[in-house]
Design a protein around this ligand. Structure first.
Ligand code: F0G
Length: 458
């Protein structure tokens, strides 16, 4: 093991506990499925010590700033740098880190104009080591898997979780088992899991079927599950919000918009916002909104048809394969954070997703299709006047452009919606590759044509 992949955070031991989000029962340990033994609901991590011994907000901000100058591996991690708000490792355990987090906050002036807001930012989680936000949760959960003595870790995945888990398992000397829906994840993500050495099973089912099977597996075998049902994952993913607020000099934006699939990430970001408000790190809460694909809109329907009281599952279908999920495990946690922050939940069409993705790409940023639902959703929320014309918005871009090249190439070649109606809006955004003989005149003619047809936007 190299010293760059493991480190020993000097955390003051803060005790943490597991609390059931349904009946509120609290305990010091969690079973393999991270569900309450009394009522079966999901568990979350809480920090009982904060009640008598609240961490000091000024001190935290100053410690976190100071750690940015440190060369210690755990300070170089954009997750463990915020370890004061994470579960403490016991004395002997070392963190498995790939220097995750530390992701850029980009301004998107063209997309802001398109959406009709004055300031629009993208917090680009696709700039994590394996190209998605999953790494921020995986460093924490994989570390706890190892310190609990597990040899095997496993996940069901639409691709990004498996890529991330396989990498962290490999760095930490653990073996990993991946369950993915056959033919329904991008080759890039599959190739990552293979390269990082996971045992990869392509199951003839969808994501929900893979997750169901994993739940049964962890009851039978000593395998530690690293899906976002695992509350350690969500603690790590909280740091996205902490880092974002630090980048904004602790001035909360009016809105944060995030894609919704299994709904772990929105739950984690919401939890972080509420904790930061309770600890006095921020003085007001941004509204956290969740956007889903129309074909995978379980949370939208849960709120519209059941007022957030019971899950309305759907048979999921979308080209944004990362969020092709019909039975989201963390729906109750997501409903809670939407209500607590006053956020909205919207759905967007396949064409709206493709258009938004190309618009983000045209700013030189790029993201995977699932991430682009955020811009598509923002346009809708502005039209509905939920987002006001003077408000600041942050989009959480969850995955890197390179995660799904087939989608991008099909889009630019005009093959994504071949034969479909109402896709004219997309043609101006397409930049198909042009095949030419190796002839200078032909290249110059192409250049002149492009100058005439696609003048630069001011
Ligand atoms: N964006 C991307 C790029 C994702 O990979 C995912 C989820 C989401 C958004 C949705 O996040 O599930 O926390 O609501 N991907 C999972 C996976 C399910 O297996 O990689 P969520």
């Amino acid at each position: 093991m190299t010293s760059s992949s493991t480190s020993k955070p000097d955390v003051h031991p803060l005790t943490f506990a597991f609390r059931c989000i349904g009946c509120g029962d609290t305990g010091a340990s969690a079973g393999g499925n991270f569900r309450c033994t009394k009522c079966g609901d999901l568990l979350e991590i809480i920090y009982p010590r904060w009640q008598e011994n609240k961490p000091n907000a000024m001190q935290l901000k100053s410690d976190w700033r100071e750690r940015r100058l440190s060369l210690k591996p755990d300070d170089l991690s954009g997750v463990w740098r915020f370890r004061d708000l994470l579960p403490a490792l016991d004395g002997k355990a070392e963190a498995i880190t790939l220097r995750e987090g530390n992701t850029p906050l980009y301004e998107l002036p063209q997309c802001a104009r398109i959406a009709g807001v004055p300031r629009l930012f993208a917090k680009h989680q696709g700039m994590n080591p394996t190209g998605s936000f999953k790494d921020t949760g995986m460093t924490v959960a994989a570390t706890f898997a190892r310190s609990a003595g597990f040899r095997w870790v496993a996940c069901a995945s639409t691709g990004n979780t498996s890529a991330s888990m396989a990498a962290y398992a490999a760095r930490g000397g653990l073996r990993s088992l991946v369950l993915v829906p056959d033919g329904k994840i991008s080759w890039s993500k599959l190739s990552q899991a293979l390269d990082y050495g996971a045992v990869t099973c392509q199951l003839r089912t969808d994501f929900d079927g893979c997750l169901q099977l994993l739940q049964e597996l962890v009851q039978r075998e000593p395998v530690y599950q690293l899906n976002s049902i695992n509350p350690f994952r969500l603690e790590g993913q909280k740091t996205l919000a902490i880092e974002l607020l630090e980048q904004l000099d602790w001035q909360p934006p009016d809105h944060i918009i995030v894609p919704g699939g299994n709904l772990g990430n929105s739950s984690a970001i919401g939890k972080a916002l509420l904790e930061m408000r309770d600890l006095g790190l921020i003085s007001r809460l941004p509204k956290l909104s969740v956007i889903q694909a129309e074909g995978a809109n379980a949370l939208v329907r849960t709120l519209r048809e059941a007022a957030g009281k019971r899950l309305v599952s759907v048979h999921a279908e979308t080209r944004a394969t990362a969020i092709r999920i019909g039975n989201p495990a963390s729906w109750k946690k997501a409903v809670h954070v939407l209500e607590a922050t006053g956020g909205a939940c919207e759905e967007v069409s396949e064409v709206e997703i493709a258009q938004a993705k190309a618009e983000i790409g045209a700013e030189g940023i790029g993201c995977e299709p699932a991430s682009a639902v955020t811009l598509a959703g923002l346009k809708k929320l502005v039209k509905q006047k939920f987002v006001k014309p003077d408000e600041t918005v942050v989009l959480v871009l969850t995955g890197n452009l390179l995660k799904d090249p087939d989608f991008t190439i099909d889009f630019h070649r005009g093959e994504l919606f071949k034969g479909a109606e109402n896709v004219n809006a997309l043609s101006a955004l397409r930049r198909p590759p042009i095949v030419l003989d190796a002839n200078l005149d032909a290249v110059i003619r192409t250049l002149e044509h492009a100058e005439k047809e696609q003048p630069e936007t001011p």
